[in-house]
Design a protein around this ligand. Structure first.
Ligand SMILES: *[C@@H]1O[C@H](CO)[C@@H](O)[C@H](O)[C@H]1NC(C)=O
Ligand SMILES: *[C@@H]1O[C@H](CO)[C@@H](O)[C@H](O)[C@H]1NC(C)=O
Ligand SMILES: *[C@@H]1O[C@H](CO)[C@@H](O)[C@H](O)[C@H]1NC(C)=O
Ligand SMILES: *[C@@H]1O[C@H](CO)[C@@H](O)[C@H](O)[C@H]1NC(C)=O
Ligand SMILES: *[C@@H]1O[C@H](CO)[C@@H](O)[C@H](O)[C@H]1NC(C)=O
Ligand SMILES: *[C@@H]1O[C@H](CO)[C@@H](O)[C@H](O)[C@H]1NC(C)=O
Ligand SMILES: *[C@@H]1O[C@H](CO)[C@@H](O)[C@H](O)[C@H]1NC(C)=O
Ligand SMILES: *[C@@H]1O[C@H](CO)[C@@H](O)[C@H](O)[C@H]1NC(C)=O
Ligand SMILES: [Fe+2]
Length: 614
């Protein structure tokens, strides 16, 4: 009877949870109850990994073969990859404040896993399996462990030999970001060298010219900087050292080459590969400028580990399309929900490795999302556990953004004829807040004759979305989004506002006071009299569906993976395109053509932006 009542309530509870959750789907590593692991070493089973040494030619990604033999194979046997290789109780921290979440035997989650029968379907009959796994250099050695008992009751059966990269501490995964001024590029990378072992720097200069050296700062953080589990418990992994160098006084549009370096105290040097980038245009410069924007990409494993197709199924397609078209991209904005590491720190290295071809060549500007920041009682605007204990620390440290305070993720950045105002939806944006003042200053301080294209971007939808869950709440956006910001978008004539969080694509008409101001769908021209709102959250995480409710502001919807591209041809012509990640083709687009006087034109409630004083 009680059971029956419960099961009749269950659907209601589930619907309620679905409404609250913007992303179903759990970090696959969280499905392993590693803290419940027991030991049952079986002398007749073994795991062997090869080759022993990886990266002999300086590679940072390598494939390894893992051979498994078991005399008692079962369908739910799985292999966990551990790094550092030594993962038993001897490595458990003594001073952890949450012993319940720590195991008696294994205190750290694997960095990846695969079902033992993954590429050997007859494993349960033969007891033989051969797995092909991709490893990246993550500053520590690796071992491979066979478990029985599935993910919920793992029992350790056998552990492999230890394998390692030739130089586990190598400087890796450079990511560019615009500095605080237009002529400064920042380069952030990760290494295993502390400031006590080596001096980090970048050797750089105009391509083909003598190179100079600039120093880099070094940051790291400890388990105690995490706000809760699993980041503070089984998901914790030493992040190594994160270095940032500031390359200043760049010549606009010029090609630069750079190399990451560490000078060891015995006088020898450790170098990265050679990379290059093009310096940003002078603000207001008339030239072709191409911008990519998307949210919610996450990561995935090319070897099929971690049930990759269930978590961020579009991630690799998006990454691959951007890499393929890199010659036609000048700057990228990933507006929140970056890695979905969700407290499993190892995944940040894997994300920076995945985006390296992009981030090492063009500025990779990030925004903060719920999966980076939210944790109850830590000042996040939403009191959810979506960051799984990271509470912003990883995002703030692994990537540079030109914010005044990197813990508050709002910033402005100029790219030629564009001004970008990037907001942080995980902190209060309402009128009177510190962030509201920033947003107004960002809008108000741009000279539209020089930089006509004014773009607002934020993670959660503050404008308009027909996503099923927003529609079900009747708001078509986050509560207090439009109420607080619409007057700023209007007063300062923001061209386009772009959001993630909802995993699909949607475009609105130009909107003023909640109304479409134009019936035109593809060629906007003349006065700027409304803001076009875009949802571009289909970077990779599993898709969000739309409501059946029809609204007159929604003019294009696509429930698929994709990203958007803005191309400024000059001061009077902008092209907007939505591309699918599966084929790289344009599936929706519009243009804006206008002159400076169309921005100045006195429409609606007034002329040139005035102060809010009346
Ligand atoms: C942990 O593993 C090491 C080898 O990696 C071994 O020497 C040690 O005995 C193990 N400790 C326990 C408690 O199993
Ligand atoms: C491996 O075993 C699982 C059951 O745990 C099964 O669902 C899956 O189909 C098997 N995979 C292969 C490749 O046989
Ligand atoms: C300096 O130390 C590194 C790391 O210990 C070593 O590989 C290198 O050979 C040393 N170089 C010299 C010149 O001694
Ligand atoms: C989060 O919690 C704080 C403190 O309890 C509360 O003031 C605030 O309204 C909550 N935020 C949201 C978005 O519910
Ligand atoms: C807004 O601009 C469009 C052209 O983009 C024009 O067709 C429309 O009449 C304008 N509406 C108002 C209210 O100014
Ligand atoms: C969207 O998904 C929700 C739950 O995931 C489901 O209840 C709803 O019927 C779906 N809506 C449409 C229009 O497919
Ligand atoms: C701006 O670029 C567009 C598209 O390439 C072109 O048609 C137009 O003539 C250009 N306008 C000016 C003023 O250069
Ligand atoms: C990724 O791209 C391939 C090739 O276009 C396509 O077949 C596949 O469906 C895409 N995957 C997803 C999840 O969209
Ligand atoms: Fe999100």
């Amino acid at each position: 009877m009680a059971m029956e009542r419960f099961s009749s309530l269950l659907p209601i509870v589930l619907v309620f949870l679905c409404l609250l959750r913007t992303d179903a789907g759990d970090q696959p590593l969280s499905k392993i109850a590693i803290h419940r692991a027991t030991v049952g070493i079986d002398g007749s089973a073994h795991v062997r990994a090869s080759p022993m040494v990886l990266g002999l030619k300086g590679e940072d990604i390598e494939w390894v073969i893992v051979e498994v033999r078991s005399s008692n194979p079962t369908a739910d046997d799985w292999v966990g990859v551990f790094s550092p290789a030594k993962f038993n109780s001897s490595t458990c921290p003594a001073d952890i404040d949450d012993p319940g979440a720590q195991s008696p035997y294994i205190c750290s989650a694997p960095i990846k896993f695969q079902i033992a029968n993954y590429s050997s379907p007859d494993y349960t009959k033969t007891g033989k399996s051969s797995l092909k796994l991709q490893l990246i250099n993550q500053r520590a050695d690796f071992s491979f462990a066979l478990f029985s008992g599935g993910f919920m009751n793992p029992k350790l059966v056998a552990v492999s030999n230890v394998i390692s990269f030739a130089n586990p501490k190598a400087p890796l995964y450079p990511r560019l970001a615009q500095g605080k001024s237009w002529d400064e590029m920042t380069i952030t990378w990760t290494s295993g060298y502390s400031i006590l072992e080596a001096i980090p720097f970048v050797e750089w200069g105009l391509k083909g010219w003598p190179q100079t050296r600039s120093p880099a700062g070094t940051l790291t953080f400890t388990r105690n900087s995490m706000c809760g589990p699993p980041a503070r418990t089984v998901g914790w992994r030493d992040p190594g050292f994160i270095h940032t160098s500031f390359l200043k006084d760049l010549w606009p549009n010029s090609e630069y080459t750079y190399k990451l370096g560490h000078r060891l105290f015995n006088g020898s040097y450790v170098w990265s590969k050679l990379y290059s980038f093009k310096a940003s245009p002078y603000p207001g410069q008339d030239s072709l400028q191409r911008v990519i924007i998307f949210g919610d990409m996450g990561k995935a494993e090319r070897d099929g580990s971690n049930e990759y197709s269930d978590y961020q199924p579009g991630s690799l397609n998006t990454t691959d399309q951007l890499v393929k078209d890199l010659e036609n991209i000048d700057i990228v904005f990933h507006i929140g929900d970056i890695t979905y590491a969700n407290g499993y720190i190892s995944q940040w290295d894997q994300f920076t490795s995945q985006v390296e071809p992009i981030a090492s060549a063009v500025p990779y500007m990030i925004g903060s999302g719920n999966h980076e920041r939210d944790w109850p009682g830590t000042g996040s605007f939403y009191n959810t556990t979506d960051s799984q204990g990271e509470c912003g620390v990883l995002a703030e440290t692994m990537f540079y953004v030109p914010a005044e305070n990197r813990a508050k993720f709002w910033y402005s950045t100029d790219y030629g004829m564009f001004r970008f105002c990037i907001a942080d939806t995980e902190h209060d944006w309402r009128e009177g807040s510190e962030q509201y003042k920033f947003i107004e200053r960002c809008f108000a301080s741009v000279d539209r004759q020089k930089q006509p294209w004014l773009i607002f971007a934020a993670h959660r939808v503050l404008g308009y979305s027909s996503s099923f869950y927003y529609a079900a709440e009747g708001s078509f956006a986050e509560p207090m989004g439009r109420e607080s910001l619409q007057k700023l978008w209007q007063r300062y004539k923001v061209d386009i506002a772009i959001y993630g969080h909802v995993h699909n694509y949607e475009r609105t008409c130009p909107i003023y006071q909640n109304q479409c101001v134009s019936k035109e769908k593809s060629h906007y021209s003349g006065t700027v009299n409304g803001t076009i709102h875009i949802v571009a959250g289909g970077g990779g995480s599993h898709l969000s569906n739309f409501t059946d409710v029809k609204t007159d502001w929604s003019i294009y919807r696509d429930m698929d993976f994709g990203f958007v591209k803005l191309t400024a041809f000059n001061h009077s012509s902008l092209l907007f395109e939505y591309k699918k990640s599966s084929d790289g083709n344009v599936h929706d687009s519009f243009t804006i053509s206008r002159d400076y006087r169309d921005v100045l034109a006195c429409i609606h409630d007034g002329c040139e932006p005035t102060t809010s004083a009346t």
